[in-house]
Design a protein around this ligand. Structure first.
Ligand code: ADP
Ligand code: MG
Length: 266
C-alpha cells in the first residue's frame, strides 16, 4: 500500500474498442478446487448505462464483480476496459484502470465522520484541488452526504450510509462502478431511494454494473438486464423487455428458483 496509484485515466490500448466501457468475455472463475462458479460468462457494459445482473442467492453475482475488480483472477476469459485488455490485473490496477467496487454488505465506518469515510476513497489522490473537486461532485450528486458531512456516519440511516459508500467509490473518478446488492437489508422505500441514486450516478456519466437478488426492482432501474444461471448469462436484453416477459417473470422474478426449469437447456 506504500505506492500511490495514479488517478484513473481513459485506457488507451489496442484498437479493438467496441464502445463498451467494460467487457467480461467468456469468463471461467471459481474458488480453489471447487467446481467453477462462472462457466463462460460474458457481460458488456456500455457507457452511460446501468447494466443489472440478477440471479438467485449463490448464483455467482458477487463472483462476477470480484473478477471485474481484480479481487479474483479468472481461470480463463478476457477482461477489457475501454477496449484495453486488463485480464489478470490486481485490485489496485483495476481501480486505476477505472473500475470501482462497492462491496456487498456495509462498509461504512460508523465511528468516523461522513467526511472521513468519503475521503478514504481519495487516498490515492495527491492533488488537493482534485480532491476538492470530487468532494463537490459527490456532495452535489448525493445531497445527504453534504448535509451530514461532519457527523458520525453511524448516525445515518442504512440508505444514507449506502450513499456514503457510493460517494467514496466515486472519489477516484471511475468509469464503471460495480455495485454489489446495494438494496441488501433496506426496506422497500429506502431501496427505491438508493436505486434513484444509482440512476443519478449514471446520469452523471458513470456506467454501473449492478448485481441484485432484488431482481424486479433492479430491472425497473436498469437499462440492460442480464440473468445469471448456471454460471453464464442465460438471457440479456433491455431491462424493460425482461420485466415484461411472462416466462422470465415466472421463472426469475416471482421469487422461485429457476435452475431446475432451465437445466434441460444448459
Ligand atoms: N471465498 C469463497 N471461497 C469459496 N467459495 C466461495 C467463496 N465465495 C463464494 N463462494 C461460492 O461461490 C458461489 C457463488 O457465490 P457468490 O458469487 O457469492 O454468489 P451470489 O453473490 O450470487 O450470492 C457459491 O456457491 C459460494 O458458496
Ligand atoms: Mg453476493
Amino acid at each position: 500500500m506504500s505506492e500511490p496509484i495514479p488517478a484513473p485515466q481513459a485506457p488507451s490500448g489496442p484498437a479493438h474498442s467496441t464502445g463498451n466501457l467494460l467487457e467480461l468475455n467468456d469468463i471461467q472463475a471459481g474458488y480453489g478446487r471447487a467446481a467453477m462458479v462462472l462457466r463462460g460468462l460474458t457481460i458488456k457494459v456500455p457507457a452511460a448505462t446501468v447494466v443489472c445482473l440478477v440471479g438467485p442467492n449463490g448464483a455467482g453475482k458477487s463472483t462476477v464483480l470480484k473478477v471485474a475488480s481484480g479481487l479474483l483472477r479468472p481461470r480463463s476469459g478476457e477482461i477489457l476496459v475501454g477496449g484495453r485488455d486488463v485480464t489478470g490485473q490486481g485490485p489496485q490496477e483495476m481501480l486505476s484502470s477505472g473500475l470501482a467496487h462497492v462491496l456487498q454488505g456495509h462498509s461504512v465506518f460508523r465511528e468516523m465522520t461522513v467526511a472521513e469515510n468519503v475521503l478514504l476513497g481519495a487516498y490515492t489522490l495527491r492533488d488537493k484541488a482534485k480532491v476538492a473537486e470530487r468532494v463537490a461532485f459527490v456532495q452535489h450528486l448525493f445531497p445527504i452526504v453534504g448535509e451530514r458531512w461532519k457527523q458520525l456516519a453511524g448516525l445515518l440511516s442504512g440508505g444514507q450510509q449506502k450513499q456514503v459508500e457510493f460517494a467514496r467509490s466515486l472519489m477516484v473518478s471511475p468509469q464503471v462502478v460495480l455495485l454489489d446488492e446495494p438494496s441488501m437489508g433496506l426496506d422497500p422505500k429506502t431501496t427505491a431511494t438508493v436505486f434513484e441514486q444509482v440512476v443519478r450516478m449514471r446520469d452523471a456519466g458513470v456506467a454501473v454494473l449492478l448485481v441484485e437478488q432484488n431482481a424486479r426492482r433492479a430491472l425497473e432501474t436498469a437499462d440492460i438486464g442480464c440473468v445469471l444461471d448456471l454460471g453464464r448469462v442465460h438471457i440479456t436484453g433491455p431491462a424493460r423487455e425482461l420485466l415484461d416477459d411472462p416466462q422470465l417473470s415466472e421463472l426469475y422474478l416471482g421469487g422461485r428458483p429457476a435452475e431446475s426449469a432451465l437445466r434441460k437447456e444448459g
